[in-house]
Design a binder for this molecule. Structure first.
Ligand SMILES: [Zn+2]
Length: 147
């Protein structure tokens, strides 16, 4: 298991983005993050890195999803309207369809990127998610605090 922890501590930014973009485990790049269309696996099938996180953890993935959707639609509009001269009336149905559909399609990738980038920026939290430890952000109920 120490090899897996080494993988997390040596995770580079391109690796994090690559593993996030391909819906793979951020720790080893082997296991799939999702089984089925929307169901996330609880842990990596290859290295047992825990994907399950406390409630609210994946809220940040909505920022990634929103940002990519807004950037893509803005660039598309500028290129199509100002570059190719398409009228607003022609663009509206396609743009509205894109803005409604793309975030649904990108949902899994946004979650995967959020998890991978969190592992890249928070190595301690990521190493805590390796097997044998509790989900990140939770406390051991058996631990008694002493003051
Ligand atoms: Zn893994």
């Amino acid at each position: 298991m120490s090899e897996d922890i080494d993988d997390i501590s040596n995770l580079t930014f391109p690796q994090a983005v690559g593993r996030g973009g391909t819906l793979r485990c951020p720790a080893c790049g082997g296991g799939k993050l999702f089984h089925g269309l929307l169901r996330m696996s609880k842990a990596c099938s290859a290295c047992e890195f825990r994907f399950e996180r406390p409630p609210g953890y994946f809220l940040g993935s909505t920022y990634i999803n929103y940002g990519i959707t807004a950037a893509t639609s803005t660039v598309s509009y500028v290129v199509l309207h100002f570059g190719l001269g398409c009228a607003n009336g022609q663009l509206l149905p396609g743009m509205v369809t894109f803005i409604l559909i793309f975030p649904l399609v990108f949902f899994r990738f946004a979650r995967s990127l959020w998890l991978s980038l969190d592992c890249y920026f928070d190595r301690v939290g990521a190493s805590e998610a390796m097997s044998g430890s509790r989900p990140a952000g939770t406390r051991d109920p058996d631990t008694v605090e002493r003051r």
